[in-house]
Write a protein that binds this ligand. Structure first.
Ligand SMILES: Cc1cc2nc3c(=O)[nH]c(=O)nc-3n(C[C@H](O)[C@H](O)[C@H](O)COP(=O)(O)O)c2cc1C
Length: 375
């Protein structure tokens, strides 16, 4: 274990605890959460819902409450994620309203100056007493980046600017004396941030790039890297985790955590859970919205075969292409066991009727997760 992880372990960020499979919530700051559907009970972007979900996560000692940085919805019948709260201000309020969970802010690099990001992150690290993690994203949704009046950079250049952005932030977090910085993307004069963050040497960093450049960025700079899944059997999952860890070890001599995201459809029986899934995705899913989403991402039947494209859309509607956990409590626990066996350090969870379903998870499934030795 490298020195930095050792130092953070002694800090209060629960990301560095010893639980076999760490858990988090994903996208509780936006309308729809992770589910593109109009079933009754779908998440609304309102403070009581956000707060209730964070407090549920906190009561279960989840290691991560991760908001999504989103500035514009995807149209369609639900305008999925069209209403939502800004990540840093939301995270600061969450930090003040919780005691145990790790609090994340997702930051789009081109929307915020590194000095501002460093200062806001430091503030939240103090409010949370050392539970903050910065999730760095470069942005891929052109219409929302254009809202800031700037053209979107070419893909790999976005990561070059992110590297410089994060470099400046880490210096601001750790250096006592004001410094000048004259880079390719950023220019700062006698810049300093005081007080320093609670976490030493600095707050944890997460990154979720999926491209080669994005994976290298996470392997080189982040404490937690996310990986997307294209298959769900144990061997494929293990291969995904191993290749990410190996990349960090071999290329950069670093240890990183590897996480993914999962969605839960819970039922009294497997058939119930599958009916719930069918209703949410096929009967009430926002198929127009998902069409917009995949076309903005540049995914179409020319880039992947039609059946695979259909499958991908279904997966987006169900829970932002997460690992499917569909069934009874026992089956959900089996799925989480599979992720742990594959070597994942953690997974972010989402539910279609976020509040109702997450309460049910707390009452019925969490005790079995603990019994299985996962937490
Ligand atoms: C867990 C997770 C969280 C993410 N959060 C955001 C986000 O809040 N905002 C955003 O624009 N993109 C987000 N992304 C997208 C990634 O930042 C990234 O753009 C995407 O995985 C494509 O990878 P690439 O940029 O390397 O091509 C997220 C991805 C994952 C897996």
């Amino acid at each position: 274990m490298d020195q930095r992880v050792e130092a953070l372990r002694t800090a209060r960020n629960p990301l560095f605890n010893d639980r076999k499979l760490k858990l988090g919530t994903f996208c509780t700051n936006l309308s729809g959460g992770c589910t593109m559907s109009d079933i009754p009970g779908i998440l609304q972007a309102d403070w009581p819902s956000s707060l209730a979900l964070a407090q549920l996560a906190d009561a279960m000692e989840f290691e991560a409450i991760v908001p999504v940085g989103r500035w514009k919805g995807f149209g369609g019948s639900t305008d999925f994620n069209g209403a939502g709260f800004e990540c840093f201000s939301w995270a600061s309020a969450m930090a003040a309203s919780t005691k145990h969970s790790g609090i994340f802010a997702t930051s789009h690099v081109p929307t915020i100056h590194p000095l501002m990001a460093a200062k806001q992150a430091t503030t939240i690290d103090h409010v949370s007493n050392g539970r903050f993690t910065l999730n760095v994203v470069t942005g891929w949704y052109q219409p929302e980046i254009e809202m800031f009046g700037a053209a979107m950079m070419e893909h790999d250049r976005r990561y070059d600017s992110a590297a410089e952005w994060l470099h400046v932030i880490k210096r601001l977090w750790t250096e006592d004396e004001p410094f000048d910085f004259d880079g390719e993307f950023y220019h700062l004069k006698q810049a300093v941030v005081r007080p320093k963050p609670i976490q030493k040497p600095h707050p944890a960093v997460m990154s979720a790039g999926a491209s080669t450049k994005g994976r290298h960025f996470a392997a080189k700079y982040a404490d937690v890297g996310f990986t997307n899944l294209d298959a769900h059997d144990l061997d494929s999952l293990r291969a995904k985790v191993d290749s990410f860890r190996e990349l960090a070890r071999k290329e950069y001599g670093r240890e990183i955590q590897v996480w993914t995201n999962s969605y839960i459809f819970h039922g009294d029986t497997e058939a119930d859970a599958r009916r719930y899934y069918h209703h949410t995705v096929h009967e009430r899913g926002d198929w127009e919205g998902v069409e917009n989403l995949v076309s903005i991402m540049g995914i179409n039947s020319q880039s992947i075969p039609a059946p695979a494209l259909q499958n991908l859309k279904e997966h987006f509607i169900a829970g932002w292409v997460g690992f499917p956990l569909i069934g009874t409590s026992d089956q959900i626990v089996d799925g989480l066991q599979t992720l742990a066996r594959a070597g994942f350090d953690g997974t972010l969870l989402s539910w279609p009727r976020y509040l109702e379903d997450m309460r049910r998870f707390q009452a019925e499934t969490l005790p079995l997760v603990v019994q299985a030795g996962l937490r």
